[in-house]
Design a protein. Structure first.
Length: 255
C-alpha cells in the first residue's frame, strides 16, 4: 500500500480476563482503499474492530490521520470519522428508515442542510431506501437492512468505515449487490476495513488483505497475492479460488 496510512493500528493486544484474544496485531489502511481481514471463527476479527472502535479496551496504538485515539471515547472516534457497522447492523426496528438514517447524523445534527444532503446522497446510492423511507426498519428484508446500516453509517461522513460481516445471512445475489456498493464507496475517498467470512468475495473486492488466526496476523499482502497463495486457497477458498476470474463481484466489475 503506497499511500500514507489513514488508519494505523500497531501492536494491538486485547484480552478477555486472563485470555488474550489479540496478540500484537498491526495493520494499516490508505485513503480510498478497501482492506479485508479474513480468518476462521474465533480468530479475533470482531474483537479487532470493536477495540479500534473503542468498544473494548486494549493496549497498543491506534492512529487516525496521524492522531492518536488512545484516550478517545467511541462517540469521539465517530465524530473524528471512524465508524463501525456491527454484525447485523443493530438498527432500531420500531423507527422508520429515514429516522434510522438521521440518527447517523447525530454528530452534526444541528446542521440541517448537511443532514438533508446526507439523506439525498444515501437515497441516490440506495434507491430502495428512498422507496421505503417511511417504513419501519423491522419490516425490511435482510438486504435492505444491510443497506440501511451502511446508509446510516455514511450519514456520519466517515473517513474510515469498518464493516463486520456485511454479507452474513444474505442470499448470494444480495451479497453481490452489497459488495458492489461497498466497492463503489472507495471512489468517495472512504477507507474501508472489511471483516468477512466469505473470504473469496472479500479478497475479490479488497485492495489489501490480512489473514488472522488465533489472534495473530499470519499473512498479509495485496489481495490478488493472497488469493493465489496456496495456504489461503486450501484453507479459505477451496477449488473456487482457482475460478476467481469468473466471479461477478470482482473489483473491476463493480467500479
Amino acid at each position: 500500500m503506497s499511500a500514507a496510512p489513514l488508519l494505523e493500528v500497531s501492536d494491538l493486544h486485547v484480552a478477555y480476563g486472563k485470555v488474550e484474544a489479540l496478540h500484537g496485531v498491526s495493520l494499516s489502511l490508505a485513503e480510498g482503499s478497501i482492506t479485508t481481514v479474513i480468518g476462521p471463527n474465533g480468530a479475533g476479527k470482531s474483537t479487532l474492530l470493536n477495540c479500534v472502535a473503542g468498544l473494548l479496551s486494549g493496549t497498543g496504538e491506534i492512529h487516525l490521520g496521524g492522531r492518536s485515539l488512545r484516550r478517545m471515547s467511541t462517540e469521539a472516534r465517530v465524530a473524528a470519522g471512524l465508524v463501525l457497522v456491527p454484525e447485523k447492523g443493530e438498527l432500531f426496528g420500531s423507527m422508520t428508515v429515514e429516522d434510522n438514517l438521521l440518527l447517523g447524523a447525530f454528530a452534526h445534527a444541528h446542521r440541517r442542510a448537511e443532514a438533508a444532503a446526507g439523506l439525498h446522497a444515501v437515497y441516490e446510492r440506495f434507491p430502495r431506501l428512498r422507496d421505503r423511507r417511511l417504513q419501519f426498519a423491522a419490516t425490511l428484508s435482510g438486504g435492505e437492512r444491510q443497506m440501511l446500516a451502511l446508509g446510516r453509517a455514511l450519514m456520519s461522513r466517515p473517513k474510515v468505515l469498518m464493516l463486520d460481516e456485511p454479507s452474513l445471512g444474505l442470499a448470494p445475489l444480495i451479497v453481490v449487490e452489497i459488495l458492489r456498493a461497498i466497492a463503489e464507496l472507495r471512489q468517495s475517498g472512504v477507507a474501508i476495513l472489511l471483516i468477512e467470512q466469505n473470504a473469496r468475495a472479500a479478497l475479490q473486492v479488497a485492495d489489501h488483505g490480512y489473514v488472522l488466526e488465533t489472534g495473530n496476523v499470519v499473512l498479509q499482502g495485496p489481495s490478488t497475492d493472497l488469493a493465489a497463495n496456496p495456504r489461503v486457497v486450501e484453507t479459505y477458498l477451496g477449488l473456487a479460488g482457482h475460478r476467481r476470474a469468473s466471479s461477478p463481484v470482482r473489483t473491476e466489475a463493480v467500479q
